[in-house]
Each structure stands twice: as structure tokens, then as C-alpha cells.
Design a protein. Structure first.
Length: 275
């Protein structure tokens, strides 16, 4: 049992779980826009996600409460180096346009962790923007870049999907903001710090309503997309309102981060039922 617990902790702490969640969102984009042959890009996204997330989480500017992970840091470092190496290898297998469109999001990721601004600040420490930077990077990585890779049509529905994905990711980040109230400096001015926990949940609920309503204005719409969007919105709402300041260790880092995987599973299940 202890061995299984150690494996699970490594799985979560090494960002494998969040990388799978990001790949689930990429695959959702491929399904919605009927894009095939995306396996190379999925692997490319998986490797890049592990490398990027571990860079942000375990760089020298990481939050102090991550120091409890030092026992497993050697394994995480090895995994990160391997993923970084294979990520560079797969970079030669994607198009030049894909790499060019990735650059702004790579720069944002670096600036999020590395203190290059005055007073040794990084983007994460700039008041009020942390959650929106994450939303922007995730949206680019799971909607824009996959569409550029697949040479998909950047249509009106694509623009709506961009907005929806951004709102969805911002809502997913709110439980983390609530969890981190005990760690975040007041100067960060996170949403829960500024408006309180209950109003943060109300704010997230409003974003989910907008997320749902945007589906209705798409040019091409199926009953599968409508139902899957409703179900993932309800699941996200339940997890948002179930968030407390003091929560179980893996409430956010496993269960909340599992919501994109649930969304993908729902979409596949509905396709099998109604196709």
C-alpha cells in the first residue's frame, strides 16, 4: 500500500496528471473540429506540459510549501530532463508555424516563473493577473496551437471555443486560488483575497453560465456537444462550491485537475452512445 501511495504522489507531484489533463483538452479540440492524426502533437503537448509545469513549480522562485517535496525531487528532475529532451526531439516533427505560434506562450511561461521585472518580480507576483496568465497559456496550448498544427480553419466557432476554453480554465483555477489563501502574500491580490471565498464561487458560477451560453451561438452545433458542455459545467460547479480553505491534500491537485479528463471521457461516451 505504501508503494502505491508513493507512486501516486510521484504521479501528481511530477505533473504527469496535469499533463494528461492538458492532453485531454487538446483531444477535445481535435474531436470538436474533426481533426485526425493528432497523436504526434498529443505526445508533444504531454512532454512539453511536464517540462513547463515542473520548471514553474520547482524553480528557485517556487512557493515555500513545495519544499516538502525535496525527497522526490531527484526523480522529478530526471523525468523533467527526459521530457525536455524528447520535447525538443518532437519539436522537429511539428511545423514551423506551430513552433512560431508557441513562442508567446513559452515566453509567458518563463516570465511567470523567472523574476526579471523590477524588485525581482515575475508575472506570478504581479497583482491580480496570475489566474488570467494561466488561462491564456492553457487556452493557447489546447485550442490555438492544436488548430495551427492541424491547419484547421480559424472560424467563428473556433473563436467561440477560444473564449469558452479561457473561461473554463479560469474557473478551474479558482479552487487553487482558494486553497492558496494561506500561502499567497496579500500583495498578489488574488480573486479570493479581493472579494472573499463565497463571492469567488459566485464569480466562477457566472463564468460557467457564460461558458454554457456561448455554446448556443456556434454555427455548427450537435446534441453531443450541448450535453457534454452542460455536464462538464455542472461538474465544475460542484467542485467549485465544494472547495474550502482547508481541503484534502489532493482535492485540487488531483480531483479538480481531473475535470478536463472527465470532460474528454464524457465526450467519448456520448459519441459512442449516439453515433
Amino acid at each position: 500500500m505504501e508503494v502505491l501511495k508513493s507512486i501516486f504522489r510521484f504521479y501528481v507531484n511530477s505533473s504527469i496528471h496535469v499533463a494528461i489533463a492538458i492532453c485531454a483538452l487538446v483531444q477535445i479540440t481535435f474531436i470538436k473540429f474533426e481533426i485526425a492524426n493528432g497523436n504526434t502533437f498529443l505526445l508533444f503537448s504531454f512532454l512539453g506540459s511536464i517540462a513547463a509545469y515542473n520548471f514553474v513549480k520547482y524553480s528557485k522562485v517556487s512557493k515555500l510549501h513545495h519544499r516538502r517535496l525535496t525527497r522526490s525531487m531527484k526523480g522529478i528532475r530526471i523525468l523533467t530532463l527526459l521530457c525536455s529532451g524528447f520535447f525538443v526531439y518532437f519539436a522537429f516533427k511539428v511545423s514551423y508555424d506551430t513552433l512560431m505560434y508557441m513562442i508567446p506562450f513559452v515566453i509567458l511561461t518563463v516570465l511567470y516563473a523567472v523574476p526579471i521585472f523590477p524588485n525581482k518580480k515575475n508575472l506570478r507576483s504581479v497583482a491580480g493577473i496570475k489566474i488570467f496568465i494561466i488561462g491564456l497559456v492553457w487556452t493557447g496550448a489546447t485550442v490555438l496551437i492544436p488548430m495551427i498544427y492541424a491547419k484547421g480553419e480559424l472560424s467563428f466557432d473556433f473563436l467561440i471555443e477560444i473564449i469558452q476554453r479561457f473561461l473554463f480554465v479560469v474557473v478551474l483555477m479558482l479552487p487553487f486560488e482558494i486553497r492558496d489563501l494561506q500561502y499567497d502574500a496579500e500583495t498578489l491580490e488574488t480573486i479570493p483575497q479581493k472579494i472573499g471565498v463565497t463571492r469567488t464561487k459566485v464569480f466562477g458560477s457566472i463564468l460557467l453560465v457564460v461558458f454554457l451560453l456561448l455554446t448556443a451561438i456556434k454555427d455548427i452545433l450537435s446534441s453531443i456537444e450541448i450535453l457534454s458542455t452542460i455536464l462538464v459545467a455542472v461538474i465544475s460547479l460542484l467542485f467549485l462550491w465544494g472547495t474550502e480553505r482547508k481541503q484534502s491534500k489532493y482535492y485540487c491537485s488531483f480531483w479538480v485537475e481531473s475535470i478536463p479528463i472527465m470532460w474528454f471521457a464524457i465526450l467519448l461516451t456520448l459519441q459512442n452512445l449516439f453515433s
